[in-house]
Design a protein around this ligand. Structure first.
Ligand code: ZN
Ligand code: ZN
Length: 267
């Protein structure tokens, strides 16, 4: 049987949830064909932790950013510090950044301000941006569109929760889309949206330790479960799993500038 390779483009392996067995989780992922892991920052500390993780592990990369939940206190000095950190050779994206008007853990005005700073940073550095948006699709799209008018901006709307119309706008802006494990949940409407997202614009992610796919719902998520979401995508799009994995891995390599040798070895 051919080895099925995949890239998990959104993990939080620096989180406490992985303190007991982080090395085993990474090893387990690798042994099961996850050839790339992108650790995504939620604040300064986790962005730095992600860089350290990437430095010490082959096949691990980092994104630096501040989650909308955590922007209340940030200043342009923080953004500059992350801009400096982003020069590290294993930093391949800015994120996760965006707007979350569902939980509203930071004042909305501050979320808008911080998101604008990060979009500008991503465009100036020509790094893809990993966007978290919840209950704020219209405004997020508007801000991305405005920044895109100043120059090329690429990235992904992660853990997608919008409807078909939103998906079409995201695709129209040249962005990618990725779905979390909740795609596999009973009563999820996301499969309907997935039908309209071409494989050429899809990325795979687990968002570990959050939102594990069925049958692990309610437990800690980890990258090795990525195949369950990929399988669901294959089923919804009625294509072989191998095609979903090959295409999304290629997309991840292209968007994040990962080494093409990720898929070149073995077989
Ligand atoms: Zn998120
Ligand atoms: Zn996340």
């Amino acid at each position: 049987m051919p080895r099925l390779l995949a890239v998990d483009t959104h993990v939080h392996l620096d989180f406490e949830a992985f303190d007991p067995d982080r090395e085993e989780v990474i090893l387990r992922a690798r042994e099961n064909g996850i050839v790339g892991l992108l650790n995504v920052g939620i604040d300064l500390r986790s962005s730095e932790a992600g860089i350290r993780l990437a430095e010490s592990h082959e096949g691990v990369w980092a994104a630096v950013g501040v989650h909308p939940h955590d922007v209340a206190e940030i200043t342009t000095a923080h953004v500059e510090a992350l801009g400096e950190a982003a020069k590290h050779p294993k930093v391949v994206a800015i994120g996760e950044v965006g707007l979350d008007f569902y939980r509203d853990l930071s004042p909305r005005e501050k979320q808008r301000e911080a998101f604008a700073w990060f979009l500008e940073l991503a465009r100036e550095r020509q790094l893809p941006v990993i966007i978290h948006t919840r209950a704020a699709h219209k405004e997020t799209l508007e801000m991305v569109r405005r920044e895109s008018e100043k120059g090329l901006l690429r990235g992904v709307f992660h853990c997608f929760s919008g409807d078909r119309e939103v998906a079409e706008e995201v695709l129209g802006l040249g962005f990618h889309i990725s779905f979390c494990g909740n795609l596999t949940y009973k009563n999820s409407r996301l499969a309907e949206v997935l039908r309209f997202v071409p494989l050429e614009r899809l990325l795979l992610e687990t968002d570990s330790p959050f939102l594990p796919p069925e049958p692990h719902r309610g437990k800690r998520n980890e990258p090795v479960y990525l195949h369950l979401t990929a399988r669901k995508i294959a089923e919804v799009k009625a294509v072989p799993l191998s095609e979903v994995l090959a295409r999304t891995t290629q997309n991840a390599i292209e968007l994040f500038g990962l080494p093409p040798s990720l898929i070149g070895e073995g077989d």
